[in-house]
Write a protein that binds this ligand. Structure first.
Ligand code: MTE
Ligand code: MO
Length: 324
């Protein structure tokens, strides 16, 4: 979201967009949907680049061609090169092309994820135990960043609901809060004040339990590369990309709506729900179209990113302009 330096011609009255506290840190905050394509082509000339993560054994390929589940989008998949070299991961860099090299040596040895809060069976999972909780499945999802670009990614993982079932949420639990690792030694930009760290996100419990909501551990059949959120991240295909929190260390079941990073940085621009919606524009740009990375030109953005059939019922009766 912090795509480049703020220039006066692009944002005439920044005070309209950021509160005082945030404005100081948000000095470089100015994404432009128009610029996305040009910046992307400049930073990503065609070419190789290796991803050295191990292959995941025993990945199951679930749904049939018609795919009423939404698990396997038929769209052409974005290349591994693009998925791993055009990243938003501010703990490493605000420059999409710099995340891969800066995250390359990210050490995930001894990774644990604490699942806690309003649950009957709180538990600190060793990564291996978390990976073994449910068989890995391939899910081909359309991904849409709030900045106006999109990708199609063959993730590997399992539905977050499997993990939630394992810890047995209590009756009072209404939301799920997620937290990224906080360790400035391993995540160098956490020493800078770009965002308030750690990165946090949240979902309503029914959203978190939807089968499309994925706890991702890999992509293209390999373990998750550092730049995409190793060793474990969230993927919610009908929401803007920033909901997909990376490198998770804590998942808490809570009673009320948790604070989320981008919503607290710029509440007018980024809502808690962040459902992909071509009819609700970002205050500074239209959300009606998107640039699919690897394609020329822009294509229309679909309601709920094309997953309306699967998730529309979660928002029945809600005003999606106020709850953006
Ligand atoms: N911890 C953390 N998670 C994050 C981000 C981040 O900066 N930090 N960026 C978000 C944004 S804005 C997007 S679009 C996606 C990008 O995921 P990708 O690089 O795997 O495509 O990650 C999301 N998750
Ligand atoms: Mo994003």
């Amino acid at each position: 979201m912090l795509a480049k330096k703020l220039s006066a011609s692009e944002v005439t009255d920044p005070a309209l967009y950021f509160n005082r506290r945030n404005f100081i840190r948000a000095g470089i905050l100015a994404a432009s949907a128009v610029a996305t394509g040009a910046v992307y082509r400049r930073l990503n000339p065609a070419g190789g680049g290796e991803v050295n993560t191990p292959l995941i054994q025993g990945v199951t390929v679930p749904a049939p061609a018609t795919d009423p589940s939404g698990f396997r989008a038929a769209d052409r998949q974005t290349s591994l090169q693009d998925i791993t070299h055009y990243n938003n991961f501010y703990e490493f860099s605000t420059d999409k092309a710099s995340v891969a090299p800066l995250a390359a040596n990210f050490n995930t040895t001894g990774w644990r994820v604490s699942v806690e809060g309003l649950v009957k069976m709180p538990r600190v999972f060793e990564l291996d135990d978390l990976l073994k909780l449910s068989p890995p499945e391939e899910r081909i999802y359309r991904m849409r960043c709030v900045e106006g670009w999109s990708m199609v990614i063959p993730w590997v993982g399992y539905s977050l609901s499997k993990l939630l079932d394992a810890v047995e949420p209590l009756e009072e639990a209404k939301y799920v809060a997620f937290e990224t690792l906080l360790d400035p030694k391993r995540m160098p930009e956490q020493s800078a004040g770009v965002l308030q760290w750690p990165y946090v996100e949240g979902l309503r419990l029914d959203e978190a339990r939807h089968p499309l909501t994925l706890l991702a551990t890999g992509l293209y059949g390999r373990a998750l590369p550092p730049q995409d959120g190793a060793p474990i991240r969230l993927v919610v295909p009908w929401k803007y990309g920033f909901k997909g929190i990376k490198s998770i260390v804590k998942i808490s079941l809570v009673a009320s709506q948790p604070r989320t990073t981008w919503n607290s940085e710029a509440p007018r621009e980024y809502g808690f729900y962040a459902n992909v919606n071509p009819h609700v524009d970002h205050p500074r740009w239209s959300q009606a179209t998107e640039q699919r990375i690897g394609e020329f030109g822009r294509r229309p953005t679909l309601m709920f990113n094309g997953y309306e059939e699967q998730v529309g019922h979660l928002y029945a009766g809600m005003d999606l302009r106020t709850n953006f």
